[in-house]
Design a protein around this ligand. Structure first.
Ligand SMILES: Nc1ncnc2c1ncn2[C@@H]1O[C@H](COP(=O)(O)OP(=O)(O)OP(=O)(O)O)[C@@H](O)[C@H]1O
Ligand SMILES: [Mg+2]
Length: 258
């Protein structure tokens, strides 16, 4: 058995898209209730890691393992992963014409939680979360993401997360495109709308969101590997120094390429 206190354990994960190897051996351990952040230059594989965790089909895992509470995640379908408590906002369709936000969320909720909440029961649950996230009531009757502004989509992702109450929420650049007020509301949602022992993996380019969602660990990904791990101070150092010093230390650029 894998150790009990691990929620998610990723070991030596290698992932290919087509014939290009993107993740070159990622190691990551997330315990219950922990907040982790991954930072790193563009194109380094952060979103690839998130998609691979979600089980997106074009992402081929060539070696390594991913376990959640000791169970092999790589053998699970994307739906099974969601039922197991893994949440990735962007795994949901970006625009669904003809499906309203409240219907979409109720079906997702009932499927994942194996419950049968009625429309009225669900509306109460939804209303409370929407008030917290300062999302206008009229949103629940709108078609999912259709005509939503960038910031509204992001807020809606947090609403999905709040409704589904996952064990692990992976937020890929949820902070991009948010105005300052929205950023604080979203951060407050992450901090206060999840169960105490839920964990969060924040993928971000900016230290700003980490002022509100305090990370226990900050990881840096360079060229498909996590090369450094620290606390909040590492994010500050990156903001100040950029990534060149890490690319020199860990990247391929200095070496001969084929
Ligand atoms: N479908 C695809 N086909 C080919 N290459 C891809 C595909 N998806 C991603 N890649 C490549 O994989 C690499 C990693 O992409 P990824 O989106 O994981 O980077 P990222 O770290 O999230 O970057 P960013 O900070 O810009 O979001 C990039 O070089 C990208 O071009
Ligand atoms: Mg990305």
């Amino acid at each position: 058995m894998t150790e009990k206190n691990g929620l998610l354990t990723v070991e030596n994960l290698k992932v290919k898209i087509g014939d290009k190897e993107i993740l070159k051996g990622v190691d990551l351990k997330i315990g219950p209730g922990e907040v982790h952040a991954i930072m790193g230059p563009n194109g380094t594989g952060k979103s690839t890691l998130a998609y691979a965790l979600a089980g997106k089909s074009s992402y081929e895992v060539t070696s390594g393992s991913v376990t959640m509470e000791g169970e092999n995640v790589l053998e699970m379908s994307p739906d099974e992963r969601a039922r197991k408590g893994l949440f990735l906002a962007f795994q949901y369709p970006s625009e669904v014409p003809g499906v309203t936000v409240d219907n979409f969320l109720r079906v997702a909720y009932n499927t994942i939680k194996k419950e049968e909440l009625s429309i009225w029961e669900f509306r109460n649950l939804l209303k409370e979360k929407m008030e917290f996230l300062k999302i206008d009531e009229s949103f629940s009757g709108r078609y999912l993401n259709e005509g939503f502004s960038g910031g509204e989509k992001k807020r809606n992702e947090i609403l999905q997360m709040a409704v589904l109450q996952p064990k692990l929420a992976v937020l890929d650049e949820t902070d991009s495109g948010l105005d300052i007020d929205a950023l604080q509301i979203v951060a407050k949602g992450v901090n206060e709308l999840l169960p105490e022992d839920s964990s969060v993996l924040v993928i971000t380019h900016y230290q700003r969101i980490l002022r509100y969602i305090k990370p226990d660990f900050v990881h840096v990904m360079i060229e498909g590997r996590i090369v450094e791990t620290g606390g909040g101070e590492l994010a500050e150092k990156l903001e100040e120094k950029g990534y060149d010093w890490l690319k020199e230390k860990y990247g391929e650029s200095g070496k001969d390429s084929d």
